[in-house]
Design a protein around this ligand. Structure first.
Ligand SMILES: O=C(O)CCC(=O)C(=O)O
Ligand SMILES: [Fe+2]
Length: 247
């Protein structure tokens, strides 16, 4: 059973993950390849599992360049989020979130064939991402849906159109906890559309030792913290335990 995203580095097969653990389906219909930190303690402890140069010449180099660039965009975005919250631009650096962050790229393939089953199978069942922000690129094939108000039942799902050259940005659960729900993590899912689909996801999660605690500016006597403080590593470990419970 995988306990952390970095335990999954390399290939993960179809149905290994069920992002909505309450479903009785066999798992989500997607396969993926994960890679993470290129340097630092996490990179040494959890080395990436690159295919050999002979099989995919230059692939590793291309992926590493993408990783460095998308991480730099993520850091800038967090600086802007900090400013929007009336915090210092380097707030997320100062609290240790970005000191050796758990930053991971996931290359995803959703097969076109839809399996026949009594239970609905999703490409990615309904979930919010676990960390701070997610930067997502898709190949333009539809399927991604978002629910604007996750507290309202029944959930209303809207298609997310791809915009060429733009990232789709999701807020993650750690940001929701920090901001006491001011920045709400995005409930989303990927529907099977009978067409093969590829996406590239960059998850920017805090360093596992970072304590995620409601910001003072986001709570008051009348609006107390809705979530207790938690170490990012503990929160994310639990989410992985649930979503990979069947593997
Ligand atoms: O493939 C997509 O468009 C979204 C994937 C996703 O939500 C995830 O892996 O967390
Ligand atoms: Fe997601």
């Amino acid at each position: 059973m995988a306990l952390l995203r970095r335990d999954l580095l390399g290939y993960t097969p179809l149905y290994a993950e069920k992002l909505d653990p309450s479903l009785s389906s066999i798992g989500d219909s997607k396969e993926s390849f994960y890679f993470g930190s290129l340097e630092g303690v996490l990179a040494q402890r959890y080395p990436n599992q690159w295919p050999s140069e002979g099989i995919l010449p230059s692939w590793r180099q291309t992926m590493e360049t993408y990783y460095k660039n998308v991480l730099s965009v993520g850091r800038k975005l967090l600086g802007l989020i900090a400013l929007a919250l009336d915090l210092d631009e380097d707030f997320f650096e100062k609290v240790g979130a970005l000191n050796d962050p758990t930053a991971v790229v996931r290359l995803l393939r959703y097969p076109g064939e839809v399996i026949s089953s009594d239970v609905e199978t999703y490409g990615a069942s309904a979930h919010s991402d676990y960390g701070m922000v997610t930067l997502l690129l898709t190949d333009g094939v539809p399927g991604l849906q978002v629910c604007r108000d996750k507290s309202k039942q029944p959930h209303i799902w809207e298609d997310v159109p791809g915009i060429k050259g733009a990232f789709i940005v999701n807020i993650g659960d750690m940001m929701e906890r920090w901001t006491n729900g001011l920045f709400r993590s995005t409930l989303h899912r990927v529907m099977p559309v009978g067409k093969e689909r590829y996406s590239v996801v960059f998850f920017l999660d805090p360093n596992p030792d970072c304590n995620v605690k409601c910001l003072e500016s986001c709570c008051s006597e009348t609006c107390p913290p809705r979530f207790p403080p938690i170490l990012a590593g503990d929160y994310i470990k639990e989410r992985f335990r649930l979503t990979y419970a069947t593997s």
